[in-house]
Design a protein around this ligand. Structure first.
Ligand SMILES: Cc1cc2nc3c(=O)[nH]c(=O)nc-3n(C[C@H](O)[C@H](O)[C@H](O)COP(=O)(O)OP(=O)(O)OC[C@H]3O[C@@H](n4cnc5c(N)ncnc54)[C@H](O)[C@@H]3O)c2cc1C
Length: 473
């Protein structure tokens, strides 16, 4: 099967739904795909419901809080866009019918958070149902249980997306000049995580394979008892057995590198939400993740629609590599579930909360050992086939996180190194950029884009998400 359209959106969390709505409202013919069944949990539906709140008057302070919390690794142009757009995107949600409690603020003149008025497990479903209805009303069409496997790129530009139907195992193509990656983060690549199944970094790995740049991919935040952070940073030996049984991977701060319009380094490839990096740096404020999805989902949707309107579509893109994928996923006898377990044990043990250059090196050699079985998976279909695709994504992502971690020799925000337990702003105040090259991943560093703050007053170190910094009156 091959379908043609203007914009393909991958993912039905807050970022994908906002992107789909805005692209369709801007006049694009939009298809949205999700690897999960309709209304199955994702990180957005699992969220507690806090969303960054600010007014036009507090946008400036919100931007400063985001930059300082992230230890000054943010691209400050992205932060400005984030802070400026939050009021308008919250107004959009209200217009869709999403209900909120009263905003909570620390002090007058400060930004804060609103919480949606839905409680309990999957409370975000009420919001995503309303967002999906809006996207459909604007003309976006949805496909469920279709797993994207490869971004098709011809002559350096996007030509479409290859995906597998999880029910039939059939390979299909959406031919489109623009795709928006909104597949979320990769916390499920660790044995312990609070993310629902499916957060395996597929879109990040796919964008990397297609040639897009990633930024600060080593910055992963872990939920961890605050009182034990020091123990992790000063563990006598690593990995430290008792610390391995606490904490969980929570959020990918790094990801696909984007500009203010959600454009990646590949023409036609846009991204939004947790699959992207650059907004938060090394740590983020509570409530800012969903806010970021809304802001950059909208921006990416509008920009992708505009791009598609003037782009020439390459017809019949080359699907040879997508077809080759099928053999590696389905024709062998290696069990994808077993490989997923092995991979998650490696990442959690050697590249989780307690890590040093030795453990990261160990992670890389154990990940390489997985490669004997990886090209010979035997997935029959359904969840097993989805897992096979996920194992491949997690393998790619794990190596990139380990390699990028090896070159960030410091502790900053939620990024911890047991062998470098202090921040080092003199040498490490820079972004890590990863790009695919012929021989493997190429890593480089660049100074962050700074438009307003050049060094944090104090580098924050901790777990999970951070509260607003209290300012002196
Ligand atoms: C327990 C928990 C509580 C949280 N609470 C808050 C909170 O209160 N406030 C806040 O701001 N943030 C919170 N966060 C973080 C926030 O929820 C997420 O960062 C955000 O929802 C991510 O949204 P997203 O749209 O980028 O991705 P997701 O919501 O994760 O959606 C990803 C989508 O991509 C699809 N997908 C993935 N791979 C493929 C593929 N290969 N092919 C097709 N489809 C694919 C998935 O099916 C899914 O639909 C919380 C996170 C967790 C885990």
């Amino acid at each position: 099967m091959s379908i043609r359209c203007d914009v393909v959106v991958m993912g039905t969390g807050a970022a994908g739904l906002m992107a789909a709505r805005s692209a369709a409202q801007a006049g694009a013919d939009v298809w949205v795909i999700s690897k999960m069944p309709h209304r199955a949990p994702n990180c957005t539906t699992a969220a507690y419901g806090d969303i960054t709140w600010s007014t036009d008057e507090t946008a400036e302070e919100l931007a400063a809080q985001v930059i300082e919390t992230g230890g000054c690794l943010s691209n400050q142009k992205l932060v400005e866009a984030f802070a400026e757009d939050i009021p308008a995107r919250l107004a959009d949600l209200r217009a869709m019918g999403v209900e909120f409690d009263e905003p909570r603020v620390l002090a007058d003149g400060m930004p804060g958070a609103v919480r949606w008025s839905y409680r309990g497990k999957d409370s975000g479903l009420a919001m995503t149902d309303l967002m999906q209805a809006q996207a459909e009303q604007a003309g976006a069409k949805f496909m469920w249980e279709k797993v994207a496997t490869r971004a098709l790129v011809e002559n350096g530009r996007v030509a479409g997306l290859a995906f597998l139907c999880l029910k039939t195992g059939e390979l299909s193509v959406l031919e489109a000049p623009a795709i928006i990656v909104a597949t979320g983060g990769g916390a499920c690549m660790y044995r312990r995580t609070d993310n629902p199944p499916g957060a395996t970094g597929d879109g990040i790995a796919m964008a990397y394979e297609a040639g897009a740049e990633l930024v600060d991919i080593e910055c992963v935040s872990f939920g961890f008892p605050q009182g034990r952070v020091d123990d992790a940073l000063h563990a006598p030996e690593a990995p430290c057995e008792d610390l391995l049984e606490i904490g969980h991977a929570h959020y990918f701060l790094g990801g696909i590198r984007i500009d203010e319009q959600g454009a990646s380094s590949i023409p036609g490839l846009f991204a939004a939400g947790e699959s992207t990096g650059g907004v938060f740096g090394a740590a983020r404020l509570g409530g800012s993740a969903v806010g970021e999805c809304l802001v950059f989902g909208h921006r990416a949707g509008v920009a992708a629609a505009q791009y598609a309107a003037q782009a020439t579509l390459t017809t019949d893109p080359d699907t040879a590599r997508a077809e080759e994928d099928l053999a590696t996923l389905m024709a062998g006898d290696a069990d994808p579930y077993e490989l997923a377990d092995r991979l998650r044990a490696i990442t959690w043990r050697y590249m989780g909360t307690v890590k040093t250059s030795d453990t990261l090196g160990q992670a890389l050699s154990e990940l390489a050992a997985l490669d004997e079985d990886l090209p010979h998976m035997g997935a029959a279909g359904g969840q097993q086939l989805r897992t096979a695709v996920e194992v491949r994504s997690m393998r790619t992502l794990a190596e990139l996180v380990a390699r990028a971690s090896l070159i960030r020799e410091e502790t900053r925000g939620c990024y911890w190194r047991t062998d470098f337990p202090e921040p080092d702003s003199a040498t490490q105040l820079r972004n890590t950029i990863v790009r695919k090259e012929e021989g493997g991943p190429a890593l480089s560093t660049e100074p962050p884009v700074m438009t307003r703050i050049t060094s944090p007053r104090e580098v924050r170190i901790g777990a999970g998400c951070f509260n607003y910094i209290e300012r002196d009156a």
